[in-house]
Design a protein around this ligand. Structure first.
Ligand code: AVJ
Length: 319
């Protein structure tokens, strides 16, 4: 029974891109790196661990919301959906959706973590024999080609996890526009968006007591040592997530604990004591604020679901 393991179409990054982006990001006055580089195999595994943490409420809350509203969401999305998932880490959310949808036609997971993508695709193809599973390994923040077999169908983009929050508002606008172009007219988007709340709750979620988020953040430096010819001293940096109230965002930072110079290939990067690298931002939106952003990208709000505590929202938008 089941289908053969799906082939992964590859539009992913190589280590040359990592080297170039890392050196460029650390060469300016405000040191920063692209969040996608946190998600190598080890980073993806640590992120899965974060999702299980007591303090990290988003995953649990979004899953609860999907379960509680599954029937309503399925009605809003319509029959024979071809679901294109932007960033397909764990399979728990897509399973809830696929189980609720009426005769879903295709599942197109798009992710940068190649191994995890291949493994998840194999498992889902075996579990949903009537579903066409078409994995694409790509950086989905840039346009990528969609398989022709999706032409003309009920194309539904699925972007859970509030990953949109990792983009700056301007980038989020561009991204929402490009997703709209990808699904085309008649298409739609189901997107999870983390909401503004008590800063103490936010800070705890990104500075967990077990130090998993710290390990996740520091893995960026370990990855540079592993994959590039870099010599980051892991004991000379510490993780801290800071909430910026005005920008409504968490900032994941790696602070240098002393003045030091780090080598990445030929490049030499100086750090002052207390200087930090900004590795990821995580924006929090109000429901109205997010819908206004989506409207600027040409989307029309069809439905919005939130949990009882108003911690998290799911939006169904029409292209
Ligand atoms: C699920 C990728 C959006 O910003 O909450 C979690 C990433 N970083 N803890 C988030 C993350 C640190 C997460 N995203």
């Amino acid at each position: 029974a089941g289908q053969p393991a799906p082939d992964v179409a590859d539009h992913g990054d190589d280590s040359a891109a990592f080297r170039r982006d890392l050196i460029a990001g650390l060469s300016g006055a405000a040191k920063q790196t692209k969040p996608k580089y946190l998600y190598d195999e080890r980073g993806a595994a640590l992120f899965e661990e974060i999702c299980e943490l007591e303090e990290y409420y988003p995953t649990r809350t979004e899953i609860g919301l999907l379960r509680a509203q599954a029937a309503d969401i399925a009605r809003s999305l319509g029959r024979n959906a071809m679901v294109i998932e932007f960033g397909s880490g764990a399979t728990v959310k897509i399973r809830i959706l696929l189980d609720a949808l009426q005769e879903p036609a295709a599942y197109v997971p798009v992710d940068i973590s190649r191994e995890q993508l291949a493994e998840n695709s194999r498992i889902l193809a075996a579990e949903y024999p009537r579903l066409s599973v078409v994995p694409i390994c790509a950086d989905y923040t840039r346009p990528f080609p969609l398989p022709g077999e999706l032409d003309g169908g009920n194309r539904v983009a699925f972007f859970p996890g509030s990953t949109i929050g990792n983009l700056l508002p301007d980038e989020a606008l561009d991204f929402l526009q490009s997703v709209r172009a990808t699904v085309g007219s008649g298409g739609s988007l189901l997107i999870g968006v983390d909401l503004r709340k008590d800063p103490d709750v936010l800070r705890a979620a990104y500075n967990d007591s077990k130090g998993v988020t710290a390990a996740f953040n520091l893995n960026l430096l370990e990855r540079a040592n592993r994959e590039l010819d870099a010599d980051f001293d892991l004991d000379a940096f510490r993780h801290e997530a800071v909430y910026d109230h005005d920008k409504g965002r968490i900032e994941m930072r790696l602070y240098s604990l002393r003045p030091q110079e780090v080598r990445i290939d030929g490049a030499r990067i100086p750090f002052a004591d207390g200087e930090y690298i900004l590795t990821e931002v995580s924006h929090k939106y109000s429901v109205d604020g997010f819908q206004a952003l989506a409207a600027r990208a040409g989307w029309q709000a069809k439905s919005c679901w939130t949990d009882q505590a108003d911690y998290f929202s799911l939006h169904h938008l029409i292209a």
